[in-house]
Design a protein around this ligand. Structure first.
Ligand code: MLT
Length: 244
C-alpha cells in the first residue's frame, strides 16, 4: 500500500498508519518530489508526479498497489489512475475532492505562492493551519495542531511554490470517477472544512465500487486527528477487498 501525503506536508503525515501496520500489507509512504527527503523535480504537473510514482514502483519492484492519498495525495491518485490504472489494486481517497480549482481558488493559490516567496513556508503554515484540522482537534488536541504546523513550516519554499502551480492548474477529475473500477474507500473527517463531506458524498455516488466512511470529531487531517478510527476503517477495507 502506497500512501500519498497532502499539501504542504510530508511522509511523516502517515506515521500513525505506519505505526499500526495491517497484517500482510507492506505500507510505504514516500515524500512527494521536493518534500522531506525527496529531491525536487522541476516538472509542474500531476501527470509528471504520477509518472515519478510509477518509476518508484518500478524501483521497489511492485506491480500493483493499494494507492491511497489525502487531499493533494488524492488529486494525485486520480492522475495516477488515468495514466497507470493497471498498477492500482484499490484506492483510498481521504479528505479529497475531484473538482478543479475555481477562479477564486486559483487567485488564492497565487497569493499563497507570493506569501511563500516573501515570508517562507512558516507563513504558509500559519495561513493553512485553521483549515487543516477540525474544531474538536483545534480545541482539545494542541499537540496535533503543533505537529501539523511544524510539518508544514519545514517544507521547502520551492516545493510549496511548485505544488501551488500544480494544484492551481490541475485538471478536473470528475469525469475520471466513473472510470474507476477497483474497490475504493472514501474517508472524510466530519469536521473537514477544506474538502467538506459533501465532496466525498459526490465522489461516492460517482465511483461504482466505492464505500464511504465519515470520521467523527476529525477535520481535514483525519488520519492524524483520529488515527484509531482511520486505521480500523482502512484495515477493514483492505481485509474485505484484497485477497492474499
Ligand atoms: C491538501 O491538504 O493537500 C490541500 O489542502 C489541498 C488543496 O489545497 O487543495
Amino acid at each position: 500500500m502506497l500512501l500519498l501525503h497532502g499539501f504542504p506536508l510530508d511522509r511523516t503525515l502517515w506515521a500513525p498508519q505506519l505505526a499500526s501496520p495491517i497484517p500482510g500489507v507492506r505500507t510505504i509512504a514516500p515524500d512527494l518530489p521536493g518534500y522531506g527527503d525527496s529531491a525536487f523535480v522541476d516538472v509542474p504537473s500531476l501527470d509528471a508526479w504520477a509518472d515519478w510514482l510509477a518509476e518508484l514502483l518500478d524501483t521497489l519492484r511492485l506491480d500493483r498497489v493499494i494507492l491511497g492519498g489525502l487531499s493533494m495525495g488524492g488529486y494525485l491518485c486520480f492522475a495516477f489512475w488515468r495514466r497507470h490504472p493497471e498498477r492500482v489494486r484499490a484506492l483510498v481517497l481521504a479528505d479529497t475532492k475531484a473538482g478543479a480549482d475555481s477562479e477564486e481558488a486559483r487567485g488564492k493559490r497565487l497569493e499563497m505562492r507570493a506569501l511563500a516567496g516573501d515570508r517562507g513556508a512558516a507563513a504558509v503554515a500559519e495561513k493553512m493551519l485553521p483549515g487543516m484540522v477540525g474544531k474538536t482537534t483545534r480545541n482539545s488536541r494542541p499537540e496535533v495542531v503543533a505537529l501539523l504546523e511544524t510539518m508544514m513550516g519545514r517544507a521547502s519554499v520551492r516545493a510549496v511554490q511548485e505544488s501551488l502551480d500544480i494544484l492551481r492548474q490541475r485538471p478536473d477529475s470528475i469525469a475520471t470517477l466513473g472510470t474507476i473500477d477497483v474497490p475504493t474507500l472514501i474517508l472524510c473527517g466530519e469536521e473537514d472544512v477544506l474538502t467538506p463531506v459533501a465532496e466525498s458524498r459526490s465522489m461516492h455516488l460517482a465511483i461504482p465500487h466505492s464505500e464511504l466512511a465519515l470520521i467523527p470529531a476529525a477535520g481535514h487531517a483525519s488520519n492524524v486527528e483520529s488515527p484509531v478510527v482511520f486505521n480500523s476503517l482502512l484495515a477493514g477495507f483492505v481485509s474485505a477487498n484484497i485477497g492474499g
